[in-house]
Design a protein around this ligand. Structure first.
Ligand code: BGC
Length: 399
């Protein structure tokens, strides 16, 4: 039998992602901590995965699996616990994480903001606080100065439109607002945050590559023959997917794509069914659609920048389902690349079972299972399979 050539090029960034609040533990100076204590989440984050102290072990696990990159986030509330007071010890902690990656030939991919805010900023009005853009830019300066020479890929904000929807329109995340006007203002403010961060990182660190992590949903009309469904899908595609990217145009070197699912639309309002009754779905209720992934990758081509899949993954207690998910979604990436879509990497969400925001600890996304009592990490078969694909650059042969 002839061995097939590589499906992914040498140097393709195969990795896994986490975010500070979801894995570090004891992150008690941010808005989410208070939100959890007030009952906004099914479980409090508590000690999470103790990744703050266990990161050397976790990076070694990722490397041993065969991955060559790790996306993690910096916790603003640790770095700037009071307005204008930057903690050198915390900045050094994150530099050490990036260097620990480098020492093992793992490319660190840094997110500067992944949903949480320092408590002091949230008390002043959070994203909408007067002067929040300048505050964010100052934090980005301190953070990237500390990462100089240790990290190249910098993602300014994780999923700005998800933060807007969950926090300002649906009110199920901090700050718990349910106001279209506040949501519009927050979206515009997050454009300013990104643009300000992009400009100052570039001034000080011209070698860093700056991008965004954009959650992209593959909106499809539930019934193609129905004009209301079609218009609804087009409108949501514009508002949720495209508007933000257009607003930050010319201010990114790469696009981080967070893709999870197709959403079937029946009208112009939100609150549409998430999954089609005919398609399998994850334990989050999201429809499983590698075809939607391929469509999303193709759609991003028009932005003419390299695409880094910054998140893609599944919550499932059935690991066989996770294995299929990973192979099918990587197959979609390969198809898109063969058509010329410039994908430079894929970060599975997530390295570890971790704190899933309002859903608490029930959904399990990890390549590694984490025992909540002992903190023991156990690799899943899906983790091994993904590691094998990453180290050979080849997808398993079709059965
Ligand atoms: C977020 C992660 C989250 C994941 C799964 C993404 O929207 O960036 O923080 O855990 O989806 O829901």
């Amino acid at each position: 039998m002839l061995l097939s050539a590589r499906d992914f090029p040498e140097g393709f960034l195969f990795g896994a992602a986490t975010s500070s609040h979801q894995v570090e533990g004891g992150n008690d100076n941010c808005d989410w901590w208070d939100w959890e204590l007030a009952g906004g989440s099914k479980d409090p984050s508590g000690n999470a995965c103790e990744h703050y102290s266990r990161f050397p072990e976790d990076i070694a696990l990722l490397r041993r699996l065969g991955l060559n990159s790790y996306r993690f986030s910096l916790e603003w509330s640790r770095i700037e616990p009071e307005p204008g007071r930057f903690e050198t010890k915390q900045l050094e902690h994150y530099r050490e994480m990036a260097l620990a990656c480098r020492a093992q030939d793992v490319e660190p991919i840094i997110t500067l903001h992944h949903f949480t805010l320092p408590r002091w900023l949230s008390a002043q009005g959070g994203v909408l606080a007067p002067g929040s853009t300048e505050r964010f830019a100052a934090f980005c300066n301190a953070a990237t100065d500390a990462l100089e020479g240790a990290a190249r890929y910098i993602i300014t904000i994780n999923e700005p439109m998800v933060l807007v929807l969950m926090g300002y329109l649906d009110g199920v995340w901090p700050p718990g607002r349910k106001s279209p006007a506040a949501a519009a203002a927050a979206a515009m403010r997050l454009v300013r945050w990104h643009r300000a961060a992009y400009a100052c990182i570039h001034d000080r660190h011209p070698d860093m590559l700056v991008g965004i992590a954009k959650h992209w949903i593959d909106f499809q009309p539930l019934d193609r023959a129905n004009a209301v469904h079609r218009r609804g899908a087009a409108l949501q595609n514009y508002l949720f997917n495209r508007w933000y990217l257009r607003a930050i145009r010319d201010a990114y070197e790469f696009i981080g794509l967070n893709y999870y699912s197709t959403r079937y639309v029946t009208g112009l309002r939100t609150g549409e069914p998430l999954a089609s009754p005919d398609e399998p779905h994850t334990e989050m209720g999201w429809s499983i659609s590698p075809q939607g992934f391929e469509r999303s990758l193709r759609a991003l081509r028009e932005y003419r920048r390299p695409i880094l899949v910054a998140e893609n993954g599944i919550a499932s207690s059935d690991d066989a389902q996770r294995q299929r998910y990973i192979v099918d979604h990587l197959t979609a990436v390969r198809h898109a690349m063969r058509e010329g879509v410039p994908v430079i990497g894929y970060q599975y969400w997530s390295l570890l079972d971790n704190f899933e925001w309002a859903e608490g600890y029930r959904p399990q996304f990890g390549l590694f299972h984490v025992d909540r009592g002992t903190q023991e990490r156990t690799v899943r078969q899906s983790g091994r399979l993904y590691g094998e694909i990453a180290s050979t650059g080849r997808l398993p042969a079709e059965p």
